[in-house]
Design a protein around this ligand. Structure first.
Ligand code: 26W
Length: 754
């Protein structure tokens, strides 16, 4: 195919002009049309079984570069545009970003789709077509404000399939409109699909912020990802969303099964269904309903469904383990109630342990329990996480079904998270080991001998500097801040949650601020970058954002401190920000309370881009530490066993830690005149009180060892060659965290698609 000719044909047809004469926006639309057509023309991968990956979230990010890469057109497009004096990056700025996810879970689903297609496996995603995705974050008065973030334009990646399904809700029916996005595979010349269901008549944009009428289900069902569920209407809307997704999805699966020439009795053999956390769990009773309605016995239907369905757990945080009142399901999908009751009866027959029942004494449905009893596989997302599931969180289930439990350590797609976002590093790698790593990330290990090559190490430092300058320009352009490219870039980007402990990083900022104020300057300036959105109803998370923004204001306005310490919180952190921040990072902050972060995936992206991890022994950090060895990571803090013991025995008392000499002055700085004059005294006082008296995620337990380790990392950064060697080992060992490896394991051990 001649790219230039094709592009010209599209711009002529769409805009009546040659590519040279097009605006960036027009070029974006032309490239969209072109890649979409090429992807749509590709055949689906073949196999005996087909996978459906059900997820309430697919955090796709922008797709133009990704799809060009998968179609093998990335380099060619880049140089064609460059010859025209244009840049792909500028053109991609015109692409609205589909933020159909909150964070790790949704981005993982997007990486998985990329890898499933790259491995040429037959597997589609199934989800909802939210019109606004996650909110757009604005800062005003050093606080987060939420605004709707529309992404669907008349021309988008969505293709109307013309397929419609009818979803029967209690008291009314709603049509499900099926849109598809093509997911081209990078290696096989094939393409899978992401199926996104929508309502036929979506609501108009909300007049006010992200408020909309939660009771207007027929129009608002797909308005927002995770509507505020702090009240009954919000919770009911989530159940409506979930049932809409799985009912339409289950009908589509049975249709496709028939189109492939099979009957309902072949479901277990021909279809694999992965349930991504519990949001899609109702697919189990819904499939049983559809199969029994077609004349199959309950026993046979349950057996077919069990053979198909597998469940992934992504968190041990109790508040995230869904338990819906049966009464909600009675309202939303009354036809499921007798099925769930029958499943509960059968579960109780299998075990007398009431902890494994589906329905509890308060009439709530434990969604995960349904998945475990009536699916054939349960997996955690990192080795430590799976062990915690087996030995504590889900122990009674592990005792009952040891054969169902397995681990699948998460991974990320290196096509987006190294090749596309870090062209400079990619070129440096290819110069040394050829480009086999692009197909098999394990080949990155071939870089290890370069650890003794001064030229390679110097080149690696240059790459990092280049990426830091790129981020510097982006920060200047987007936020009007000028950071020092020679400072150390220390980065923590992830959803704002107390267990991730951005507040502990803030305590370090206070530590460093006070050090500088008392004349102890660091060897080199440090730039601490944060990016995080707080759930709109999560008060404490919003308080922590306020604290960080106050520290930003404090350090910025102090001429004594500013040359040495900068705090920058990026506004509206999203996939695009991540693609610029991660390649520029020196120190990757992965400081969750041990046992609480199921895996983490940004830790893997940072590692692959040559950042060194400062982290607790939590989630996949444990596996990173094993791979790179103690020289090449900075770990600290209580172990997960210690933490689990403290929770079990009620043995953690933050006041005891607060009264330690190295801690008290840091915590008390929250209510110092300096901060209180900048920020909201009520908020800062609430934070201060919480930290002293509650500190549910034990920031004060680990803060001293955190500070000590961070000081060590900052000092060791000064030996530039030794640091470059750490960077290199991290990159070389990161191949294990390719989602191609993860997906190959899902396929070998759970899905068996071919
Ligand atoms: C109630 C809202 C809500 C939504 C999503 C609660 C909890 C969730 C998820 C289950 C939490 C989540 O995103 N988990 C993250 O999954 C990633 C992918 O496996 C992991 O890397 C993260 O450690 C885990 O927090």
């Amino acid at each position: 195919m001649d790219l230039k000719e094709n592009l010209t044909a599209v711009t002529q047809a769409q805009f009546g002009r040659l590519p040279d004469a097009c605006t960036d926006r027009q070029l974006y639309h032309a490239l969209l049309a072109l890649t979409q057509k090429l992807a749509a023309d590709r055949p689906a991968p073949q196999g005996g079984r087909k996978l459906y990956y059900f997820s309430a979230e697919f955090l796709m990010g922008k797709l133009l570069s990704n799809n060009l890469l998968a179609l093998g057109l990335f380099e060619e497009t880049r140089s064609l545009l460059e010859d025209m004096g244009r840049s792909l990056a500028a053109i991609e700025e015109c692409e609205p970003e589909p933020s159909l996810g909150n964070g790790g879970l949704g981005r993982l689903a997007a990486c998985f789709l990329d890898s499933i297609a790259a491995l040429d496996l037959p597997g589609d995603g199934v989800g909802l077509n939210y019109h606004y995705g996650l909110f757009r974050q604005k800062f005003a008065c050093r606080k987060q404000q939420e605004q709707p973030d529309p992404w669907i334009e008349p021309e988008s990646w969505l293709l109307d399939t013309g397929r419609r399904y009818t979803v029967p809700f209690g008291g009314f029916e709603l049509e499900a409109v099926l849109y598809d996005m093509a997911v081209p595979g990078a290696n096989g010349g094939t393409a899978n699909r992401l199926h996104l269901f929508d309502v036929p008549d979506p609501a108009d944009p909300p007049a006010n912020g992200i408020d909309f009428d939660k009771r207007d289900v027929a129009h608002c069902l797909t308005s927002f990802l995770y509507p505020d569920d702090s009240d009954r209407d919000g919770q009911l809307l989530r159940v409506y969303q979930q049932y809409f997704m799985v009912s339409a999805g289950a009908q589509m699966i049975l249709d496709e099964l028939a189109e492939r020439g099979f009957g309902p009795g072949d479901l277990g053999d021909r279809v694999a269904i992965q349930i991504n956390d519990t949001h899609p769990s109702m697919v189990i009773p819904e499939l049983i309903r559809l199969l029994t309605a077609g004349g199959m016995s309950f026993d046979d239907a349950a057996a077919q469904v069990e053979k198909s369905c597998a469940y992934t757990n992504h968190t041990i945080l109790a508040e995230a383990l869904e338990k819906w009142p049966l009464e909600y399901i009675q309202t939303v999908a009354p036809q499921l109630v007798p099925i769930i009751q029958e499943l509960d009866r059968r579960a109780r027959q299998r075990s007398g342990d009431s902890r494994v029942a589906i329905l509890d004494e308060w009439g709530r449905v434990h969604m995960a329990h349904m998945d475990i009893h009536f699916g054939h596989s349960v997996n955690g997302v990192a080795a430590l996480h799976t062990e915690i599931l087996k030995n504590s969180e889900l122990k009674p289930f592990y005792d009952l079904y040891p054969e169902k439990f397995n681990n699948k350590t998460n991974g990320v797609t290196f096509r987006r998270w190294l090749q596309a976002c870090d062209p400079a590093l990619s070129a440096w790698i290819t110069d040394r080991i050829g480009d086999g790593w692009k197909k098999d990330a394990a080949e990155l290990e071939k870089l290890l001998p370069c650890a003794d090559d001064a030229g390679s190490l110097a080149g690696l430092l240059e790459v990092k500097q280049h990426n830091k300058r790129r981020l510097q320009r982006m920060l200047a352009r987007r936020q009007g801040v000028e950071v020092d490219e020679n400072s150390i870039f220390d980065i923590q980007v992830k959803r704002l949650h107390e267990y991730k402990r951005q507040q502990m990083n803030a305590l370090w900022v206070i530590f460093k601020y006070l050090e500088i104020k008392s004349g102890r300057r660091p060897a080199r300036p440090i730039t601490v970058l944060f990016g995080a959105k707080a759930a709109p109803a999560y008060t404490m998370a919003k308080h922590i954002i306020h604290l960080i923004l106050c520290l930003q204001a404090l350090t910025e306005s102090d001429p004594e401190v500013r040359p040495w310490l900068r705090v920058v919180m990026v506004e509206n952190y999203n996939v695009s920000w991540a693609e610029a921040l991660i390649p520029a990072c020196d120190i990757s902050e992965q400081i969750s309370l041990a046992s609480k972060e199921a895996s983490g995936t940004s830790n893997m992206k940072f590692m692959a881009n040559g950042a060194v991890t400062l982290g607790t022994m939590d989630g996949a950090n444990v596996e990173i530490a094993e791979l790179v060895g103690p020289e090449n990571i900075y770990t600290f803090g209580a172990s997960s066993d210690e933490v689990i013991g403290l929770y079990a025995g009620g043995g953690y008392h933050p006041l005891e830690h607060y009264h330690r000499p190295g801690v008290e002055y840091l915590v008390d700085f929250l209510i110092s005149p300096e901060l209180m004059s900048i920020g909201d005294p009520g908020v800062l006082t609430a934070l201060w009180r919480d930290m002293k008296h509650k500190d549910w995620f034990m920031a004060l337990l680990d803060v001293e060892s955190y500070i000590a380790r961070k000081e060590q990392a900052l000092a060791e950064y000064e030996d530039r060659t030794a640091w470059a060697r750490k960077m290199l080992v991290n990159i070389a060992k990161s191949g294990y965290f390719s989602s191609d490896r993860t997906i190959a394991q899902y396929n070998d051990e759970i899905w068996r698609l071919r």
